[in-house]
Design a protein around this ligand. Structure first.
Ligand code: NAD
Length: 475
């Protein structure tokens, strides 16, 4: 099917959803809650089928990881919206210069929101945005990833059972469908995916001035300060680096360690993996790399680093291969002695490889290194000195900063989740998602005398003197 045919078909669906939205008027709190609760029911009733589909798409995806990150977390996000939306919907009164005047900010639904989602958490990154989109009274069209084709097909089928087409429609498809989708005149477009594709999506959306939320990727650093305990830092960093086999947008991408501490870190990392994953290849807790292309990309990164002089430490259990093309499982690897010429220090890794870079002098050196690169989605800092924690917080800019752990921010509904600079535009989760997918409409009721506009009414002569006096007054 050509790109234009895709476009026309999608445009027809969008137009009928827009008409339905206009005809129905703003969704009541009860309807919004009902849509959120049906989303929860869809996930709950079909959790086993969704878990199996995701695992089939990955080759193998840990069932526990799917329950934790794709199913339960997403239900919690939807429930949080259902529990709070009435409070969020309340108009906020605003200050007025004249007491008889009234003013407030009214959150208003935007209309139909487009959502393009990636493969790494196919339920969370489709229904997570919907927690805000539905709470704000919108309807949505979803384009899930072609890399999790079975999950996307199942989602399309389930959504058609739990929702009317004008409330939520799923359009599975590949890059061509994604391209056509991103050209549609949505009322808002949420894209979660790579920074490169994010640029294409923003360009396409600009044609219709469609506002975008871009949830992108990048290289999220982990900094160990001189007082950090390498054992605690290794355990916490590798807990997340091995989750989904590192295929997470906020996975620790590389480490910045004070010179001389890499042996202690490597020993702690090795002990931790031995205990957490006594086996990897036949361990149902360890997730496969999503596709042959990504598997090969990661092996190429490793080989490139090796050829350019890196020291590579495989954390594969004794007697097991470092990686296996049949299972597409790659054991965690530390990459020491890295240089800027290596691709692992240039590209987002998105897998279980962890480059370790040393800094020689002070924390400022690590901070300068981060600041010389595109702004990351998350930064992680290990160290207990409050002043130095503040230094890290104030002198680096990232979507989020977590101190003394990794990824601890993502499941807190109270915090905005999103990037800055190259890692994204706009944030959602909880009330931040509600606000992101609402229009904050300013409403004013003028007083009986029309007081505030009288100063704009001609003749101006007497009024001009007053303004001139104000402008020339010294403080
Ligand atoms: P991707 O950018 O390749 O694809 C994401 C989606 O965009 C898919 O549905 C795909 O079909 C569609 N798409 C591809 N090309 C398109 C185009 N030209 N126009 C419109 N749509 C297009 O990303 P991916 O490989 O699925 O996911 C991995 C990336 O996503 C990583 O960079 C990761 O950091 C990022 N990510 C970010 C977050 C976040 O919340 N910030 C979460 C998960 C993943």
């Amino acid at each position: 099917m050509s790109n234009d045919t895709h476009y026309q078909e999608l445009q027809r669906i969008l137009q009928s959803m827009k008409n339905a939205h206009l005809q129905a008027g703003p969704a009541s709190a009860a309807l919004r809650r009902d849509r959120l609760m049906r989303s929860i029911a869809l996930i709950r009733d079909n959790h086993a089928a969704l878990n199996a589909a995701i695992s089939a798409d990955f080759g193998h995806r840990s069932g526990y990881q799917t329950m934790a990150a794709d199913l339960v977390t997403t239900i919690n996000m939807l429930q949080h919206s259902a529990d709070n939306l009435e409070r969020w919907m309340a108009p906020e009164s605003a200050e007025v210069p004249v007491s008889a005047m009234q003013a407030w900010v009214a959150p208003q639904p935007l209309g139909v929101v487009g959502i393009i989602s990636p493969w790494n958490f196919p339920i969370n990154l489709a229904f997570g945005p919907l927690a805000g989109v539905f709470a704000a009274g919108n309807t949505a069209m979803l384009k899930p990833s072609e890399l999790t084709a079975k999950t996307s097909e199942l989602l399309a089928e389930l959504v058609a059972r739990y929702f009317a087409p004008h409330e939520l429609t799923v359009v599975p498809g590949d890059v061509e469908v994604g391209q056509a989708f991103s050209r549609l005149p949505f009322d808002h477009l949420v894209f979660t995916g790579s920074t490169t594709v994010g640029k294409h999506v923003m360009r396409a959306a600009a044609e219709n001035l469609v506002p975008v939320t871009l949830e992108l990727g990048g290289k999220s650093p982990v900094v160990l300060d001189s007082d950090a305990d390498p054992v605690v830092a290794a355990e916490r960093t590798l807990t997340i680096k091995t989750f989904n086999a590192g295929q997470i947008c906020i996975s620790p991408d590389y480490l910045l360690l004070p010179e001389g501490t890499e042996s202690a870190f490597a020993a702690a990392a090795s002990a931790f993996i031995r205990q957490a994953f006594p086996t990897i290849q036949s361990n149902p807790d360890y997730t496969s790399i999503i596709s042959d292309r990504h598997y090969q990309r990661l092996l190429d990164l490793l080989e490139d680093a090796r050829l350019k002089g890196a020291r590579i430490i495989s954390l594969a259990p004794e007697g097991e291969p470092d990686f296996d093309a049949r299972s597409r499982k790659i054991a965690p690897h530390l990459i020491l002695d890295v240089t800027e010429e290596m691709r692992v220090m240039q590209e987002e890794i998105f897998g279980p490889l962890l480059p370790v870079k040393n800094y020689t002098s002070s924390l400022s050196e690590a901070i300068n290194y981060i600041n010389a690169r595109p702004r990351p989605l998350a930064a992680y800092y290990f160290g207990d000195n409050p002043q130095r924690q503040q230094q890290m917080a104030q002198l680096t800019t990232s979507g989020a900063l977590v101190i003394n752990d990794v990824m601890a921010h993502a499941a807190l509904d109270s915090l905005p989740f999103g990037g800055v600079g190259a890692s994204g535009i706009g944030a959602y989760h909880g009330i931040h998602g509600f606000r992101r997918f609402s229009h904050a409409k300013a409403v004013v009721i003028q007083d009986e005398a029309g007081t505030t506009n009288l100063r704009l009414r001609a003749p101006y002569q007497d009024k001009a003197a007053l303004l001139t006096e104000m402008l020339t007054q010294s403080e």
